[in-house]
Design a protein around this ligand. Sequence first.
Ligand SMILES: Cc1cc2nc3c(=O)[nH]c(=O)nc-3n(C[C@H](O)[C@H](O)[C@H](O)COP(=O)(O)OP(=O)(O)OC[C@H]3O[C@@H](n4cnc5c(N)ncnc54)[C@H](O)[C@@H]3O)c2cc1C
Ligand code: FES
Length: 260
Amino acid sequence: MDKRFTLPIAKIVKETDSVKTFTFKHKIDAKPGQFIMLTDFEGGEKPFSISNCSADEFSVTIKRIGEFTTRLDDFCEGDLVSIRGAYGSSFFISKKKVLLVSGGYAVPTFYFLSKVLLANGADVTVVNGARSKEDLLFVKRFKKIGVKLFNATIDGSFGEKGTAVDVAGKLLKNENFDFLYSSGPDLMMKALQNICGEIDYEFCFERYMKCAIGICGNCTMDPLGLRLCVEGPVLPKEKVVQLTEFGKYHRKPSGSRVDF
Ligand SMILES: Cc1cc2nc3c(=O)[nH]c(=O)nc-3n(C[C@H](O)[C@H](O)[C@H](O)COP(=O)(O)OP(=O)(O)OC[C@H]3O[C@@H](n4cnc5c(N)ncnc54)[C@H](O)[C@@H]3O)c2cc1C
Ligand code: FES
């Protein structure tokens, strides 16, 4: 197992009522799409994608959902957590015209990806989706780094009214993109796959993870048996098209199937 680091939280930024970004002053060898495992010593260890990374610090952006993330939400700057990683596959870095489509708490990982794509000369368009204005993440940060940004809210309170996939569909009709990236709920990515035609893509998946190092088998995807913590979470089109469980079901901690 990789080395574990116990680190103080250097900075906490409140993004929305239920989302915070935690920054650590620590050099981590991470690429966009990869994740860390984090524990608060109380119980459990959970995967979180890296939302920003530089030479001497990295960040994760966490939505308060259940027991673990509610405890983290109460943490203050200086409090200690323990991390291991970074783990998993990372996104292909294109130098061409690319479209990034994401929704909800999966959006921040595309901030890290956008920065690396821009640094490599890519022409980057981001579709940032959420339920409403209050839930949209990283709008100012995306604008600051100079991507072409399209915000989509389901209730129409900010940007275009509709889902991220609705907005991506219009862009894909009117412009030619060389590569597509998506990260978010299965059903969102499935809808995107159905409208994206022949374009090459990579999708970033989430499945229940326990070990994150390929041993427990809880995160495997049918029928290829891909361990999402090792061969994923970013998967290329040639693998995604073979996934029979994509958009249909995932697995509980026990390993039993649950339909989406
Ligand atoms: C590769 C990967 C990257 C992720 N990145 C982020 C991120 O950047 N920000 C963020 O807020 N969340 C991220 N998640 C999801 C995050 O791990 C869960 O939201 C968190 O574990 C919820 O824990 P909880 O105890 O608060 O909620 P619970 O009540 O335990 O669970 C709520 C939901 O969170 C998911 N979840 C719970 N435990 C796990 C686990 N061990 N592995 C995977 N999913 C789990 C399940 O869908 C579950 O239904 C990521 C998950 C994966 C697999
Ligand atoms: S989480 Fe154990 S094999 Fe992936």
